[in-house]
Design a protein around this ligand. Structure first.
Ligand code: 3H9
Length: 694
């Protein structure tokens, strides 16, 4: 029997009575987060249960989730009562046993709610965890104190410091839940309660120094620079010493401090930016089942493999039989890797290769695919020939996509029967692993074309960022500017190793010169030639990189040397390169000066922001959050800094304007003040208005 809760409560929490048992259902779609209204509803439901003098309370979630945690959208504001810890304390102290019926994900505050309960039953499909550190906070409603009491120090410290989410079966094995059942509500009703005290009254966990040091090492590797995992480890250690109430108070204070930290703000920003990006794939479009990929190199093969993982049948086109056979080997190699990593059984891999892939030379008898993706050599003439052939061989409705990184998609599309079904799909290598794809709107791309492609990329689990046409689109355009600023710092006094170390310390996955050595110096060289940088009045041309390519033939790791010398793979500063750098300073009449690491980071990140602002202002990117996603997922920008736009925005627009003005006074060619920034500061509008962020 459903009972209405008191006035002032929303219907986000439902209350029903059945044979002396109260069923409390949290119904806050899509994932039942514990917003203020839910918390108020829970308190009202507990009041109603008291009043009805029930013998048991069963707590569950509506839909497919139990509770995904606290509502992260509320984290920017001061916490509003009733607070989750108070609800959990009340549940734990209740004379009437409360049993959690975990019907789906129980994460963060959701799992903490269940830890206050007398017992937990979960559906086999449920997943459980305290992933707070991935949002830059720690469990703030008892997780660091109760979980180690329940499952032991070692399991708890690993789970919480990594933010690891586990399957229900594993949860049963480690004692986190008491039973598994397809119908957790019925099972929670019937469960014989375990004979043990409330979780908070269990003996303090026993410190395990080896587990602590493994967790600290893991955090240093996986989450370098991040505060939350280390704080979480400290709190779990504190649980071994402090009585529950003191441990909880310490945890609460730490949670509240971290909640307002820069790192938490950055990680929340990225979390919501990713959700918005994925949501684009839910806006219509057709389902793709049959694709053609042209070009069986590393990129084309990986794209074909990634498509096939979503049961798309892929025909890979090469120029001749030998090329088609090579492409087959490359794709088979990707399946082998998956087998080696235990992701797929050998027979299943063989079947998938046979079922989902075919390889052919030329364009005869192609299937009527819904999409064709070109991944051939980066040459306008070659690409145009490919599209002319595809246009002739495929139905008029087939979407045609180019995987170019730098060429103008509008020129590639020139001459097509129907340019409305043409666009760019800029995958990042290795395409089956990298989550980012830039989806390039060419001048005639139709909205339906975009919708179908975004639906496909969502299915592939990709973070798809739409972008307009400009040189390098979003990511490579910002990369070019970043590298250019670094080269300016080289000629003015820094050395590659210092810049790399400073950017790595900031959190970039690699420094800019290390990356060039890895990817090859010839690509950027060819781009500078193509854009005629040496003769451009709007660019302060620094000849160092071109001299390295042209005079020394050092193209990076593939030639055994580049910006660095290599000793058995270990990069070492090169006297030859440092000589070229100082020679160029002299030639330009520059007295070299020292740069601090902080200045290097400021200049590099301000340059990325400056270029990003122009990209936004030109309408190339749809939002600042999208730019952040591109840099984080494609270029190693630290997630916990939120991306270059978010990172800059936290510094304040006036400070940024002043900084760029100062740089520009000294070097007006490299630095011009973006008009849009002046406008924002003059109007007193926050950068957020321009950024249109979540
Ligand atoms: C916490 O609990 C702190 C406590 O310890 C202390 C409290 C005092 N908040 O990902 P999806 C939205 S910290 C607000 O697309 P899926 C999401 O934005 C929290 N909104 O679906 C999206 O909205 P929209 C600890 C949230 O099926 C929609 O739900 N918990 C939150 O792929 C669907 O999400 C976590 O860190 C949230 N916490 O995956 C869990 N979570 O439809 C974070 C989701 O408007 N969440 N939304 O775009 C997840 O890992 C995944 O969202 C989940 C579902 C696995 C739940």
């Amino acid at each position: 029997m459903e009972v209405a809760l008191g006035a002032g409560t929303s219907d986000l929490v439902r209350f029903a009575l059945d044979d002396g048992v109260a069923l409390i259902t949290i119904d806050n779609p899509p994932v039942n987060v514990t917003s203020q209204a839910v918390r108020a509803g829970l308190m009202a439901a507990l009041d109603a249960a008291d009043e009805a003098q029930v013998s048991r309370i069963v707590l569950t979630g509506a839909g497919t989730a139990f509770v995904a945690g606290a509502d992260a959208r509320e984290f920017d504001a001061p916490p509003q009562p009733p607070h989750l810890p108070d609800i959990i304390d009340r549940i734990e102290a209740s004379d009437v046993p409360v049993v959690a019926a975990i019907n789906g994900v129980a994460l963060g505050g959701g799992l903490e709610l269940t830890l206050g309960c007398a017992a937990r039953v979960a559906a086999p499909t449920a997943r459980l965890g305290l992933p707070e550190v991935t949002l830059g906070v720690i469990p703030g409603a008892g997780g660091t104190q109760r979980l180690p009491r329940l499952i032991g120090f070692g399991e708890a410290v690993a789970m919480i410091s990594e933010g690891r989410i586990i399957a229900a079966e594993k949860a049963l094995q480690i004692g986190l839940i008491d039973a598994l059942d397809d119908d957790p509500v019925a099972a929670a009703n019937a469960l014989v309660l375990p004979d043990r005290p409330a979780t908070g009254a269990l003996p303090a966990p026993v410190l395990d120094c080896a587990a602590t040091s493994a967790a600290q090492k893991g955090a240093a590797k996986r989450a370098k620079g991040q505060i939350a995992p280390l704080k979480a480890i400290e709190l779990i250690e504190a649980a071994t010493q402090l009585p529950l109430d003191q441990g909880l108070a310490l945890e609460r204070q730490t949670f509240l401090d971290l909640k307002t930290s820069d790192q938490a703000a950055a990680l929340r920003h990225v979390f919501f930016a990713e959700r918005s990006a994925m949501a684009r794939g839910r806006k219509g479009g057709d389902e793709i089942t049959e694709a053609v990929v042209v070009g069986g190199g590393t990129m084309g093969s990986a794209i074909a493999y990634a498509l096939a993982q979503q049961s798309v049948r892929v025909t890979l086109v090469e120029t001749d039989d030998a090329g088609a056979a090579r492409a087959r080997d490359t794709v088979a190699g990707l399946y082998d890797q998956a087998v080696q990593r235990g992701k797929i059984a050998p027979e299943a891999a063989e079947q998938a290769l046979a079922r989902n892939h075919s390889f052919q030379a030329g364009y005869d008898s192609l299937p009527a695919a819904q999409i064709a993706i070109e991944a051939v050599f980066e040459d306008l003439g070659v690409k145009r020939e490919v599209f002319a052939a595809l246009d002739a061989a495929l139905p008029r409705t087939t979407i045609l996509a180019t995987n170019t990184s730098y060429l103008d998609p509008n020129s590639i599309a020139d001459g097509l029967r129907d340019p409305a079904r043409f666009l760019g799909l800029h995958f990042f290598s290795p395409a089956h692993l990298m989550k980012l794809v830039e989806v390039i709107r060419a001048q005639d791309t139709a909205p339906e074309t975009l919708a179908t492609v975004l639906r496909l990329t969502r299915r592939m689990g990709k973070i798809a960022v739409p972008a307009g046409v400009c040189d390098g689109f979003i990511g490579n355009r910002i990369l070019t500017r970043y590298r250019q600023i670094c080269d300016v710092m080289l000629i003015e006094g820094a050395m590659p190793a210092q810049i790399d170390a400073a950017m790595r310390e900031f959190g970039m996955a690699m420094g800019p010169y290390e990356v060039q050595d890895l990817s090859g110096l010839d690509i950027a060289h060819a781009n500078r030639q193509r854009l005629n940088w040496a003769a451009r009045p709007d660019i302060r041309y620094i000849p160092i990189a071109d001299r390295i390519v042209e005079e020394t033939g050092r193209l990076g790791r593939k030639t055994g040397a580049g910006w660095y010398d290599y000793d058995e793979g270990k990069p070492l500063p090169s006297a030859l390169i440092e000589g070229i750098v100082t020679q160029e300073s002299e030639r330009a009449g520059i007295t070299r000066r020292a740069f601090t690491d902080a200045e290097i980071v400021d200049r590099a990140t301000t340059a990325m922001f400056d270029e990003g602002l122009r990209i936004l202002d030109e309408g190339i990117a749809d939002s600042a959050a999208d730019i952040d996603l591109v840099l984080i997922h494609g270029y190693g920008f630290p997630r916990w800094r939120g991306g270059p736009m978010h990172y800059a925005e936290r510094q304040g627009q006036s400070a940024l304007l002043k900084r760029i003005e100062t740089y520009s006074e000294a070097d007006p060619v490299t630095w011009t003040v973006p008009g849009v920034l002046r406008r924002l500061v003059a109007d007193g509008d926050g950068l957020k208005t321009l950024m249109g962020d979540a």
